[in-house]
Ligand binder design. Structure first.
Ligand SMILES: [Mg+2]
Length: 329
């Protein structure tokens, strides 16, 4: 059996089954969420790691090395945001590069990492440099959780309940639209391309959502339908989304009017947040938050099959060929 036969998520399940954590009482959230959470002393720490590989996640022809560095840091910050994590943030960075790489390339990559780190208040405190056949950047990021009555306030994938509403930050599909633009040929200073190359993770919103008592969330990294699918499997529940409510930017609608919805629902790499909670809490936050919009797009239902159903205005289900990104397919 090959990895491509079973896919990324079945692989994660198989690997998790081989792990036997001792002192599990100190592990609050283990394998299977956006980040891990553990208790040490009186504090709760949140940690995640993410890797970008040349030829898989980026190609030097269409993004600068600085962009690669930015995105490597940003994708990790997004997973911290998806747990409701708070600063200070500490990062370890592993760079794998061919020996023939120009020194300037390595420096440019690190400048992008450092620029994102500075913008979000991340201290890069160490890492590793190794030789490899192609460029690979791995960032590991550590944050902490705020406490409430001695318990950590977290956004978890397994806390959705029937009756909860589902909301998303910002607009979706811009990154996938930007990628398509890049693949079509050179197009400088396009806002969609900028969103693809320089995503802005929602760390403040994630932290505030957790602070306000929202219990469930995930970031849109693989594709909206697939990411909400992870919540449905873990909670376990179903989700019903209204296609007309999925927030699309004017730029995306103008660039790809026919495909905008599909890009928004399956494209991924938006690094926006999905927030799931009781309607009054979500609606209050949507009203009071000024930094970006929060849009209610659907609700959680009970469903033994844990389906994510996207409906048009007539209540008919819209289906796409794939729900999102799988690392091995
Ligand atoms: Mg994530």
């Amino acid at each position: 059996v090959k990895l491509s036969d079973i896919g990324e998520f079945a692989l994660i399940e198989r690997l998790a089954a081989r792990v036997h954590n001792v002192e599990a009482g100190e592990v609050i959230v283990g394998i299977g969420d956006d980040a891990a959470v553990w208790k040490a002393g009186g504090a709760y720490y949140i940690a995640t790691t993410d890797t970008m590989v040349e030829g898989v996640h980026f190609s030097p022809g269409s993004s600068s090395w600085g962009d690669v560095g930015w995105k490597a840091m940003a994708s990790n910050l997004s997973d911290i945001a998806a747990m409701g994590g708070w600063p200070p943030y500490f990062a370890l960075v592993t760079l794998a590069l061919p020996a023939k790489t120009d020194v300037e390339t390595a420096e440019a990559l690190y400048d992008g990492l450092a620029e994102c780190a500075r913008e979000y208040g991340v201290a890069i405190v160490g890492g590793d440099t190794v030789r490899a056949p192609q460029a690979i950047v791995t960032v590991a990021l550590i944050a902490s959780a705020k406490l409430h009555a001695g318990k950590p306030r977290l956004l978890r994938r397994d806390k959705a309940q029937p009756g909860d509403v589902i909301a998303v930050t910002g607009t979706l599909g811009d990154s996938a639209g930007g990628l398509r633009r890049l693949q079509e040929g050179p197009a400088a200073s396009d806002p969609l391309i900028r969103r693809h190359l320089r995503p802005q993770p929602r760390t403040n919103t994630g932290a505030e959502a957790a602070q306000r008592g929202i219990l469930c969330g995930i970031d849109v990294s693989d594709g909206l339908l697939q990411d909400i699918g992870h919540i449905c499997e873990r909670s376990p529940v179903g989700a019903v989304l209204q296609a007309a409510d999925v927030p699309l930017s004017a730029e995306l609608r103008a660039a790809y009017p026919k495909d905008a919805l599909q890009l928004a629902c399956t494209g991924g790499e938006d690094y926006e947040l999905v927030l799931v909670g009781r309607a009054p809490i979500i609606e209050k936050m949507a009203k009071e938050l000024t930094s970006e919009r929060i849009t209610v797009i659907g609700k959680i239902v009970s469903d033994p099959e844990h389906r994510v159903r996207l409906l048009n205005d007539n209540g008919e289900e819209i289906r796409f060929e794939r729900a999102g990104w799988d690392a091995f397919r």
